[in-house]
Design a protein around this ligand. Structure first.
Ligand code: PTJ
Length: 247
């Protein structure tokens, strides 16, 4: 890999690509993950590769919801593990959430490689390997979850998946906080809180908000969540993408 000069105009984006490439080499990220990354990059480019005001509001509301949760779980796939392993562990610690690996292209080898990678980045416990419960209504590998993990959770963070799991989780009565650069993806459309931002910015931002809100009363946290308008957030993101209306 060629050394990327820090003043390169696309430094962050090239670094992110390199992390995904490394993820594939380590057996963490699937080859499809490379395509998913390209898809995300296109949306990020149109959004100005920055956290928009409405995404920041979503991240704050998501942090409040995580602090209010009885049992929050951060779902991790091969892209998330390659891009933000340490940042995911930090968010889990800040809000007292569990971390669970959940894959579309599930193999035991990838499950183990991702769990090991997260342990190397400081995770004490990583769920997902037991897979002793199923999300009803899904007929692919993402249905497999841990009974004491996602199956039991009241709030689940679902990053980077354009699929049917968010809807199935909603049918189970769970609150889903979806991180996806595409506001039109199925997951973002069904999310309780859609966060239209790059996961590399969204996860650290959520941690920062969670730390800021640590000593906030339940009433105030509930008010922050109630004030968040998901339709408005999705519309703002789509407008920014279609019209370059970044302010
Ligand atoms: O690791 P696995 O086996 O579970 O597979 C994971 C992938 C990502 C391959 C799988 O979930 C997949 O194919 O996803 P999709 O259907 O391409 O959806 C990924 C979504 O995430 C798209 O809507 C992208 O725009 C979005 N996305 C991609 N990269 C980022 C992103 N959103 C936020 N940050 C990113 N860096």
């Amino acid at each position: 890999m060629t050394e990327i000069p820090e003043d390169h105009p696309r430094y962050e984006s090239l670094l992110t690509r390199h992390r995904i490439e490394e993820g594939v080499e380590k057996g963490i990220t699937s080859k499809q993950g490379l395509i998913a990354q390209g898809r995300g990059e296109a949306f990020d480019y149109l959004l100005g590769e920055r956290t928009t005001e409405s995404a920041a509001e979503a991240e704050r509301a998501a942090a409040a919801k995580l602090l209010l949760a009885d049992h929050a779980v951060l779902s991790v796939n091969g892209n998330v593990a390659a891009l933000v392993p340490g940042e995911t562990v930090e968010l889990a610690e800040a809000v007292g959430a569990d971390i669970e690996v959940n894959l579309f292209n599930r193999t035991e080898a990838r499950m183990q490689a991702i769990a090991d990678h997260l342990h190397e980045h400081g995770a004490a416990d990583v769920k997902g390997l037991a897979a002793d419960a199923l999300i009803p209504g899904i007929d692919h590998e993402r249905a497999k979850v841990d009974e004491d993990g996602i199956y039991d959770a009241d709030v689940v963070v679902v990053p980077l998946e354009d699929g049917d799991r968010a809807e199935a989780l909603a049918e189970m009565g769970k609150t889903e906080l979806v991180i996806d650069l595409n506001p039109m993806s199925r997951s973002a459309q069904t999310a309780t809180i859609p966060i239209v931002d790059n996961v590399i910015r969204a996860v650290p931002n959520m941690t920062e908000y969670a730390r800021e809100l640590q000593n906030t009363s339940r009433e105030e946290l509930e008010a922050i969540v109630a004030e968040f308008d998901r339709e408005e957030a999705l519309e703002a993101a789509e407008r920014a993408i279609r019209q370059g209306d970044l302010d």
